[in-house]
Write a protein that binds this ligand. Structure first.
Ligand SMILES: Cc1cc2nc3c(=O)[nH]c(=O)nc-3n(C[C@H](O)[C@H](O)[C@H](O)COP(=O)(O)OP(=O)(O)OC[C@H]3O[C@@H](n4cnc5c(N)ncnc54)[C@H](O)[C@@H]3O)c2cc1C
Length: 383
């Protein structure tokens, strides 16, 4: 077993760390207050290859695999969870489907500009009546001979208002018959696409969350992604990658919580001494460090599994479940260590506390992760 990063991975980590310190951390509060990520930041990340970090170079990527993606998100999320969420929606769930299931033509046409960051991606599954119960989607793609016509509405789509290319899941109807759910690659420039409500959220405010409306949109047949009728199964594979990436982002935020808490505890004096001297504070720090150690191990081991081409659905669900709950524990303790200061908007912990909560909800709620894990546990034990 070798638990060390390669020289290239270390270089990548150092480069993203420097970038985060210089370009992201100083504007993280502004991203939160303004509710959007500046285009210049997106362009800079594109230039450095961040927006296609995992994909092979032949498809416009940087060739670092999921391990590289996790290393990057681990650093980016130290600076800004909204920016990490933007990247997650664009790269992990917005582009991975095309990489995994796209034809060579689709990869050249869509994955290459996505990976280069020339186009922005998103993934649209959720609808008002179909959250956890994804098979209930009503958006419908009707086969009308030489193309499909798409009608319906998606809600809460990250990057929905910014995206150029979206992987959309829709019920498929051919000659009046239901063909299950299909995945489609759509371009937001096409007629019949409209952005609806932009959500005002509790946290990750800089990550835009939008309603998408499709009205008689024409989708060419060559834009069907993967196998017709297997859209939900394809989504599950895409979400495995998304859940792993989410774990990496929670890991970086948790590490930042420790750094900020240590800094504060070393400076803040009460009862004539630094609060870092109090055992109560030390216990919180040691519990935070223990959570981070567990998160780090499971994130990078699962990234390794993914890069080996092994099945990792159960592990991705465990990463998502454990890391999102661990970050909530860590950020809560970080706020407690900061006392009243942690509750003030001018301190990053206040933002990080709000940003953390979404991780237990999106990419499949934690209750759904428990279902996925339990099913696998039972199956492996002959049930
Ligand atoms: C900020 C944000 C960004 C998002 N980005 C995207 C995106 O980019 N693309 C996209 O497609 N979607 C996106 N989503 C949607 C997200 O994936 C869903 O919110 C999530 O899947 C849960 O669906 P729901 O909110 O409808 O909750 P519901 O499914 O209505 O669940 C409500 C509660 O019931 C529980 N529950 C439901 N079913 C079961 C069950 N069988 N057993 C036990 N408990 C159950 C849930 O765990 C939850 O606690 C986003 C959501 C948010 C809030």
């Amino acid at each position: 077993m070798d638990f060390t990063f390669t020289e290239e991975q270390v270089m990548l980590r150092d480069m993203v760390k420097k970038f985060t310190e210089k370009e992201i951390k100083p504007i993280a509060a502004e991203i939160d207050d303004k509710g959007s990520i500046p285009r210049e930041l997106i362009d800079k990340m594109a230039e450095l290859g961040f927006l296609g970090i995992a994909f092979p170079e032949e498809y416009g990527g940087s060739g670092f695999g999921e391990m590289g993606y996790c290393i990057m998100q681990d650093e980016i999320s130290r600076g800004c969870a909204s920016t990490a969420t933007f990247i997650g929606a664009h790269h992990s769930i917005g582009s991975t489907g095309i990489y995994l299931f796209g034809t060579e033509e689709q990869k050249q046409k869509y994955l290459v500009p996505l990976a280069r960051g020339e186009k922005i991606g998103a993934f649209a599954l959720t609808e008002p009546e179909a959250g956890s119960d994804a098979v209930r989607i009503r958006t419908i793609a009707k086969d009308v001979g030489d193309h499909y016509t798409l009608n319906g509405r998606k809600i809460w789509i990250t990057n929905g208002s910014l995206a150029d290319i979206i992987t959309v899941l829709a019920r498929v109807e051919i000659e009046g018959k239901n063909y299950g759910v299909g995945a489609f690659i759509i371009e937001t420039e096409w007629d019949g696409f409209k952005v609806g409500k932009i959500e005002n959220k509790m946290g990750i405010k800089g990550s835009e969350t939008a309603e998408l409306i499709f009205e008689d949109m024409t989708i060419p047949k060559e834009n069907v992604l993967g196998r017709m009728g297997r859209g939900i199964l394809h989504s599950m594979d895409i979400l495995d990658v998304g859940r792993l990436g989410l774990g990496a982002a929670t890991l970086g935020s948790a590490k930042e919580c420790i750094d900020l808490s240590v800094k504060f505890a070393k400076e803040r004096v009460q009862f004539g001494q630094r609060i870092a001297n109090f055992e109560a504070i030390q216990w919180m720090l040691s519990e935070m460090a223990s959570d981070v150690y567990a998160m780090e191990n499971m994130v990078y081991r699962t990234a390794w599994l993914c890069d080996q081409g092994k099945k990792f659905s159960r592990e991705a669900a465990i990463v998502k479940l454990f890391c999102s709950e661990a970050l909530d524990r860590v950020v809560d303790k970080a706020l407690q260590i900061h006392g009243g200061m942690g509750y003030m908007h001018e301190y990053p912990i206040e933002r990080m506390y709000r940003d953390s909560r979404i991780n237990r909800i999106f990419e499949g709620t934690n209750e759904i992760q428990k279902l996925v894990i339990a099913r696998d546990v039972l199956k492996r034990n002959g049930y």
